[in-house]
Each structure stands twice: as C-alpha cells, then as structure tokens.
Ligand binder design. Sequence first.
Ligand code: ZN
Length: 137
Amino acid sequence: MIQKIDHLGIAVRSLDQSIPYYEKALGLHCEHIEEVASQKVRTAFFAAGEVHIELLEATSDDSPIAKFIESKGEGIHHIAFAVDNIQAQLGQAKDNGARAIHEVPIDGAGGKLVAFLHPKSTFGVLTEFCMPKPTEA
Ligand code: ZN
C-alpha cells in the first residue's frame, strides 16, 4: 500500500551549485549527502515537512541523471512513494500494465530498497517505490 509521497527527485547539474538555492532562497536544511553507486548519482536530501526533496547529480556520463539532463534539462525527475511492501506494490503495478525498470528492488539512498516504474508506462512520470530495508536479525 502507498503510505505517502516520500520525496521528489530533482535532477541537477551540480549539487554544489544547487544546494545554496535550497538552503538560502528556500530556507531548507540539507540533511545529508550520499553517493548511490548503483545509480551513479550523488544525492542531497532536504526535509520539506514530511516530504523530502532529493537532488540528484550524475557521477558519470552514463548515469541515468546525465542522460535525463541531456535530453530534458534540469528539473523534476521522479516522484517517490513510501510503501509498506515494495514487492507487492511492484506486483500490483505490473498486473495493471505498468512496466518495472527493476524486477527486484535495489539499494537506494538512505538505506532504503527502491524500485522504479518506466515513465513510458506511467503517463510520463518516472515513479519510485521505496521502503526501509528490512533489518537482518
Ligand atoms: Zn528517489
């Protein structure tokens, strides 16, 4: 089940250049910066109430973020929903015609499991599901 919008992902050319806008012009606080090797990005997270803003900077030319900026420019990249069961959510989406980019959830930022739906199957919106990684006992 979808619980809430967890964050909005925004593609930027440079974290160093864009963070001051979020901090100074908007007055948000940068909570942490993290490199996500699996996605070839560096991310910066800001809390805006319950919802977070995730800035995404490419760490290599073949990063999905580099390709996105090349074709569309900087801007909103994805919407992420917090879910209670990522496999079930993916299954529901696929059963109803959406196309998964990842058949199996992958490691995302903030120690979460994430999975994406292809924007060509979601009316143009790259859609992420995320949930905290189950802790191994
Ligand atoms: Zn995200």
